[in-house]
Design a binder for this molecule. Sequence first.
Ligand SMILES: Nc1ncnc2c1ncn2[C@@H]1O[C@H](COP(=O)(O)OP(=O)(O)O)[C@@H](O)[C@H]1O
Ligand SMILES: [Mg+2]
Length: 272
Amino acid sequence: MRSIAIACEKGGVGKTTVAVGLACGLAELGKRVLVVDTDHQAAATRWLGRDHLPGLTRTFAGHLPLERLIQPSCARGVSLVPASTSLVTLERTLGGDPGALFHLREAVDALGPDAFDYLVFDTPPSLGIVVNAVLCAAQEVVVPAEARPMGLAGLQRILATAGRVQRRHHPGLAAPRIVLSRTNHTAVSRTVEAEVRKRYGARVFETTIAERIAVARASGVNRPPSVHEPSGPVTRNFRLLASELDRIEVLPAIGREPKRRTPPTASPVVQQ
Ligand SMILES: Nc1ncnc2c1ncn2[C@@H]1O[C@H](COP(=O)(O)OP(=O)(O)O)[C@@H](O)[C@H]1O
Ligand SMILES: [Mg+2]
């Protein structure tokens, strides 16, 4: 089972859209997928056709097995652990619990390695206990970077947070990958994409998620794009992202990536 946290401190960058789209894309490839919605706002939960459910807060506290919260969703092949409204108070509830960061990881381990092929966590726009506990529970991180002037803001902070979690608590956490989201044909979008690729190289997915009105149409009716418009462009886009993710290998843990070789400097062309 590969477990992936979709995370970024900044709101509105496309975390939930990517979490739901990617989960559905993977399910279309025949994978068994579990989405765990850890954002108390429950956008992923609604998109997958369900409503809040009390319980996940107790899983974060180590008192309720994740298995007990798994529900079917409206997308074939995708199961869901719905968000709970009380996740918003988790910081206070767990204050002082020394195991606070690790109960979720234990709950995921208790599912067993073959319960699902993929576990996808949607996360809230913060860097609090919920996100830290999810980073301790996941094996991989995917960060959506919006192709907007402020797209890089928030990216560095979540990369630093993932690095800190890896060093202090979770040596096996893979170096995060980045997916460009809400791309369009403007010069700004192209510039941000070029900058992100220059800075992060092979860690950036080749597939980008285009800005499409169909995303709003699908979320407006609480249906994932793959259910609302099965052959639409958004569905095709996420199918590509899912195939790329399924094809590529998990990156080595942060800090253990092979050093990038500096390309040999071209010898100056001598004008004859
Ligand atoms: N590819 C896209 N095309 C069009 N609208 C998008 C796209 N991705 C996200 N949005 C819209 O942007 C808003 C924020 O996206 P969301 O996925 O909820 O971000 P986050 O979870 O990071 O807060 C939502 O209204 C969503 O419909
Ligand atoms: Mg969200």
